[in-house]
Design a protein around this ligand. Structure first.
Ligand SMILES: [Zn+2]
Length: 406
């Protein structure tokens, strides 16, 4: 099997990054933008050049196939859309390295024992319709009629947007793959955090993808004059909320992460003791029991903070996404493959969501991370050094070959 050609991948990263929205900061290529739609023709042509038979499905996914005997699909890929002001590596790396894997297989003249599919999942990043992972949801069979009916600020439906991007929302179910059809799915992605870059380690095997527990807390006290109300007769809603914010930080100190990302204060004037405060917070972990415990502890801490001040407290559950554990069998194949390459790796959880979460509904999944310089992502200076790109693509190829020989 020929080794991956990192110059070829780098040239593809450079070429794809030129498809970007004009007059927008960074390397922006949002789903449904003209730049994104043009870039898909280029990605399809790179897939064809790699020897893949390419089809765009009803959800807009690009699926490149290298036929093989039946008995479970081997699948690899990621996404090529970006956030506004995004970078060149979040998503594209996993698609372009997957195409390089197909090129290596083609150049080897060797026939795989499984059908290999390379997927450029349509619209992974959050969009104006409030949904992420459009394409992988459709493949997993979880893109619902309710999702398709959601509207952006201009009133356009998601179904209409998918149709104008060349998909067929009326036949969205045709994009779904059969549960159990995937023998192994592997996604190569940048870490989007600082751990690997700080260690100087080229690779991580992803242990799982964090679940997310989001809560909203409302603190209702008594608005009062900031000059005339003595300190010991106040019911300051914001002070109770502030204690709850610190509780999020304290509770998240081991086993996961926790963030209060939004706080609103009423009436919101410097000379008024706050009568009401609302906070939005989340906990993330790959351990579902940890999330349950943090949810309970936060609810209790918020109630106690309110009670100390005579402030009424209400905590509501906003949303819950369960963690996804990667397959132990795929992690084992990965670690053997990476050791075979003589490369170092760590085992890390993913704090960000990925198309892999949806693919886990169809079969065993695994993910490989490569370092993000400075831990930076979703910004124009997102960067992964060429030697790490090569390490990631090599690990992806070796993993696919190991899974093929199972
Ligand atoms: Zn991504």
């Amino acid at each position: 099997m020929p080794a991956v050609d990192s110059a070829r991948i780098q040239a593809d990263i450079d070429a794809l990054s030129e498809f970007r929205e004009p007059d927008t900061e960074g390397w922006t290529r949002r789903v449904f933008s003209p730049a994104y739609l043009r870039s898909r023709e280029w990605v399809a042509s790179r897939m064809r050049e790699a020897g893949l038979a390419v089809k765009q499905d009803a959800a807009g996914n690009l699926v490149g196939t290298l036929p093989g005997p039946s008995g479970g699909l081997l699948v690899t890929g990621s996404h090529t859309d970006t956030v506004a002001g995004g970078g060149r590596f979040d998503g594209p790396l996993g698609v372009l390295a997957a195409i390089e894997v197909a090129r290596c297989v083609r150049d080897s003249g060797r026939a795989l024992r499984h059908e290999l599919r390379v997927v450029d999942f349509f619209g992974e990043e959050p969009n104006d319709f409030g949904l992420s992972c459009i394409g992988s949801r459709a493949i997993a069979g979880t893109l619902t009629a309710e999702h398709l009916a959601s509207r952006d600020a201009s009133g356009r439906t998601l179904a209409g947007a998918i149709a104008s991007a060349g998909g067929n929302p009326d036949r969205i179910e045709e994009a779904a793959w059969a549960p159990g059809s995937v023998s192994g799915f592997v996604e190569l992605h940048i870490e989007q955090g600082p751990v690997l870059a700080d260690l100087g380690v080229p690779l991580a095997i992803v242990s799982g993808i964090s679940g997310i527990d989001r809560v909203q807390a409302t603190f209702t006290g008594v608005a009062a004059h900031a000059g005339t109300t003595p300190m010991d007769s106040r019911h300051d809603a914001l002070c109770a909320a502030a204690e709850a914010v610190v509780a999020v930080e304290r509770l998240a100190s081991a086993g996961g992460v926790g963030t209060t990302g939004r706080l609103e204060i009423f009436p919101g004037a410097a000379n008024v003791v706050p009568g009401k405060a609302e906070m939005w917070a989340e906990f993330r972990s790959i351990d579902g029991a940890w999330l349950d415990e943090r949810h309970r502890s936060f609810t209790q801490a918020a109630a106690e903070a309110g009670a100390r001040r005579g402030v009424a407290t209400r905590v509501s559950a906003l949303s819950r996404t369960e963690p996804v554990t990667t397959s132990a069998e795929i992690r084992d194949a990965m670690s053997a493959a990476i050791e075979g390459l003589g490369l170092e790796f760590r085992v890390l959880p993913s704090g960000a969501g990925h198309d892999t979460v949806q693919m886990a509904r169809l079969g065993q999944v695994g993910m490989i991370f490569v370092p993000s310089a400075g831990g930076r992502s979703h910004c124009p200076d997102e960067w992964t050094a060429p030697e790490y790109v090569e390490a990631g693509a090599s690990a992806l190829l070796a993993t696919i070959l190991a899974l093929d020989s199972r």
